[in-house]
Design a protein around this ligand. Structure first.
Ligand SMILES: [Zn+2]
Length: 92
C-alpha cells in the first residue's frame, strides 16, 4: 500500500517535469519478453534511491519495476506486482 502511494506521487512528479529537462536514458532488458528499451531515472533514482523506478515495456506492455544498477548503468527489470509483493513481505 505504501509503495502504491509512493509510485502514484512519483508519476505526478515525473509528468510535471516531462519535456522540460532532457534526461539521460539508460538501457533496460524486459524480464518478460527480453525486449531492450530505454528509460530515464525517476526523481527518486536521481537522489540515489535506486529501486524506485517504474516503466511499461513498449513491446509486451508489462508494467515493470526498474531498479537502477549504478555498476552497469542499466535498469534491472522486475514484473511490477512481484516487486510489490516482495516489498510487502519485507515490510511486514
Ligand atoms: Zn516486454
Amino acid at each position: 500500500m505504501k509503495v502504491k502511494i509512493l509510485m502514484f506521487f512519483l508519476r505526478i512528479l515525473s509528468n510535471k517535469k516531462g519535456g522540460l529537462i532532457l534526461e539521460p536514458r539508460y538501457e533496460c532488458n524486459c524480464c518478460v519478453c527480453q525486449h531492450r528499451f530505454y528509460a530515464s531515472k525517476s526523481i527518486f533514482q536521481t537522489w540515489g534511491d535506486h529501486e524506485h523506478g517504474m516503466g511499461t515495456c513498449p513491446s509486451c506492455k508489462t508494467v515493470l519495476n526498474l531498479t537502477f544498477d549504478p555498476d552497469t548503468n542499466e535498469f534491472i527489470t522486475k514484473i511490477w506486482i512481484d516487486f510489490v509483493n516482495e516489498r510487502n513481505v519485507a515490510n511486514g
